[in-house]
Design a protein around this ligand. Structure first.
Ligand SMILES: NC(=O)C1=CN([C@@H]2O[C@H](COP(=O)(O)OP(=O)(O)OC[C@H]3O[C@@H](n4cnc5c(N)ncnc54)[C@H](O)[C@@H]3O)[C@@H](O)[C@H]2O)C=CC1
Ligand SMILES: O=C(O)C1=N[C@H](C(=O)O)C[C@H](O)C1
Length: 269
C-alpha cells in the first residue's frame, strides 16, 4: 500500500472541489482516497473523473462522510458553513487533518470548530494562496506604520455566485490592519455604507463588496490620507492558487499536534 497521505475532497462538484481533485490527482505527494458531496447530489455514486467530464479515476463520489473518512489522513473542505461544522467532528474522530477553506462562518460556527480543534488538527484560512497570506503581513506592517490620518478601506470583488460578504479574505485583511493598528476589528468595522451615513468615523475600517461575472477574487487595501493614497492589491486569476495552498496545508498538517492553525503557520510567514 502507498505511504502517501490519503486525501478526501469535500464538495466534489463545486468550483473549488473540482480544482482540488485535479490538484490531488496530479500530486506525487498525496493520493485521492475519497470525494464527498451532499446527499441527493446527482454525482453521488458515480466515478468523479467521469463526473468532471474526463476518464474514470477509480474514486466514487460518496455522501457518507463517516465511511469515506475512515481511509483518510486529511480532508480538504471548501463547502458551506453547516457542512464544515459537521465535518469537524467526523474528521476529529477519524484523526484526519481538517483543512478548511469555507468562508461565511459565524462566530458560533468558529466556536464549534475551536472545540473540535482541542482533539483534532484544523488548518483554516479564508484564503489559502501564498500571495494573500503575504499581503496580510504587509497590511499589518503598513497599518502599524501609519496613524489614523490614513483611512483604511478594504474593497473585494468576486464572481456572481458568491454567497457571503465580506469575503473571508477581506476579513483576514481587516484583522491584519486592525492588529497593526492595535485595535479590535469588531469595534471599528464599517460594512457597506448606504444612505445618509454621516461623515466617515476616524479610525474605522471600511468593507465593500463587488459581485459580478466570473471574477475569481480581487482584494484592495486602501490607505487614504489628505494628499496621498497607498493601495495594496492582490488579484487571483486562477483558483489553482487556493487548491495548491490547501494541499500544502494538508501535507504540512501530518503529524502536527491537535490545535487550530492558519496558512501563516503552514507558510512560515
Ligand atoms: N479559503 C480559500 O482559499 C477559498 C475559499 N473559498 C470558499 O470555499 C467555499 C466553496 O466555494 P465554491 O467552490 O466556489 O462553492 P460551490 O458552491 O461551487 O461548491 C460548494 C460545494 O460544496 C458542496 N456541499 C454542500 N454541502 C455539502 C455537504 N454537506 N457535504 C459535502 N459537500 C457539500 C456543494 O454541493 C458544492 O459542490 C466558499 O465558502 C468559498 O468562499 C473559495 C475559494 C478559495
Ligand atoms: O468564494 C470564492 O470564490 C472565494 N472565496 C474566498 C473568500 O471569501 O475570500 C477566497 C477567494 O477570494 C475566492
Amino acid at each position: 500500500m502507498s505511504e502517501l497521505p490519503g486525501i478526501v475532497v469535500m464538495g466534489a462538484s463545486g468550483r473549488m472541489g473540482q480544482m482540488l481533485i485535479k490538484e490531488v490527482l496530479a500530486s506525487d505527494k498525496a493520493r485521492l482516497v475519497g470525494v464527498l458531496d451532499r446527499p441527493g447530489h446527482d454525482w453521488v455514486g458515480r466515478d468523479v473523473g467521469e463526473c468532471m467530464g474526463g476518464q474514470p479515476v477509480g474514486v466514487m463520489v460518496s455522501d457518507d462522510a463517516l465511511e469515506t473518512m475512515a481511509k483518510a489522513q486529511a480532508v480538504i473542505d471548501f463547502t458551506a458553513p453547516a457542512a464544515t461544522v459537521d465535518m469537524a467532528e467526523i474528521a476529529a474522530q477519524a484523526r484526519a487533518v481538517h483543512v478548511i477553506g469555507t468562508t461565511g462562518l459565524t462566530e458560533e460556527d468558529i466556536e464549534k470548530l475551536s472545540l473540535a480543534g482541542r482533539h483534532a488538527t484544523i488548518i483554516r484560512a479564508g484564503n489559502m494562496s501564498l500571495g494573500v497570506n503575504l499581503l496580510t503581513q504587509l497590511t499589518k506592517k503598513v497599518a502599524a506604520a501609519l496613524d489614523e490620518d490614513y483611512d483604511i478601506e478594504i474593497i473585494e470583488s468576486h464572481h456572481h455566485h458568491k454567497v457571503d460578504a465580506p469575503s473571508g479574505t477581506a476579513l483576514m485583511l481587516g484583522e491584519a490592519a486592525a492588529e497593526g493598528r492595535g485595535v479590535d476589528l469588531t469595534e471599528v468595522s464599517d460594512r457597506g455604507r448606504d444612505g445618509i451615513t454621516g461623515a466617515r468615523k476616524r479610525g474605522d475600517i471600511g468593507f465593500h463588496a463587488i459581485r459580478g461575472g466570473d471574477i475569481v477574487g480581487e482584494h484592495d487595501v486602501l490607505f487614504a490620507a489628505n494628499g496621498e493614497r497607498i493601495t495594496l492589491r492582490h488579484v487571483a486569476s486562477d483558483r489553482t492558487v487556493f487548491a495548491r495552498g490547501a494541499l500544502k496545508a494538508a501535507l504540512w498538517g501530518q503529524g502536527k499536534k491537535p490545535g487550530e492553525y492558519t496558512m501563516l503557520d503552514v507558510l512560515g510567514l
